[in-house]
Design a protein around this ligand. Structure first.
Ligand SMILES: CC(C)(COP(=O)(O)OP(=O)(O)OC[C@H]1O[C@@H](n2cnc3c(N)ncnc32)[C@H](O)[C@@H]1OP(=O)(O)O)[C@@H](O)C(=O)NCCC(=O)NCCS
Length: 161
């Protein structure tokens, strides 16, 4: 599994991973209604690609197939962490976060933050993040639980599952 920088050619496969991960994997912890609210309807590829290019976006590449992706902005915020359900529970999420940690270290970022889903919380915890507080976010009329999480740069190294 290679972790590499995102390029525009990854727009369609990363969008497919995003939609699949929410529809199939996140569905284990969220209702069908919550999943649809999270997806928020079809997305155009051009703005999706532009948003990925605005921050550092990293792709997990399994012999040419996009298995997952994550990102890191200049303030240390990790906005996305999504792994294809076909590659789930094999350490891809963990490998992507380890790449984020190494990058953040090289940039000298004092802390990392994220908003993690119910499914992603344990993956972030294993990478040294802790919950600051639980939040309820509204997508239209639907409410979703997520966790504001933080990882100081001197947090302990990632732990094994
Ligand atoms: C969260 C996510 C990125 C983890 O990717 P991954 O490659 O499976 O992660 P790892 O293999 O490193 O870690 C696996 C852990 O993720 C969680 N997980 C993964 N798939 C899961 C599923 N289908 N149901 C419940 N938990 C799951 C579990 O904690 C699992 O640990 P376990 O196998 O010991 O129970 C991936 O499950 C995903 O894309 N989820 C849906 C989208 C989402 O919630 N993204 C985060 C937005 S903040």
């Amino acid at each position: 599994m290679l972790i590499r920088d995102y390029t525009a050619a990854d727009a369609a496969p990363t969008l497919a991973v995003f939609e699949d991960a929410i529809r199939r994997t996140a569905r284990s912890r969220y209702s069908a209604e919550q999943v649809e609210a999270w997806l928020g309807g079809p997305r155009d590829l051009a703005p999706w690609n532009a948003a990925r290019l605005r921050v550092r976006t990293f792709v997990a590449d399994d012999a040419g197939t996009v298995a997952g992706f994550t990102d890191l902005d200049d303030a240390g915020y990790v906005d996305r962490l999504f792994v294809s359900p076909d590659h789930g529970r094999r350490g891809v999420g963990r490998a992507l976060l380890e790449h984020v940690l190494v990058t953040a270290d090289a940039l000298g970022l004092p802390e990392l933050t994220t908003h993690a889903s119910l499914v992603a919380r344990p993956v972030f915890e294993r990478a040294g993040f802790h919950v600051v507080h639980e939040e309820t976010v509204r997508r239209g009329a639907v409410e979703l639980t997520r966790f504001h999480m933080r990882r100081p740069s001197d947090a302990a190294a990632p732990t094994s599952p």
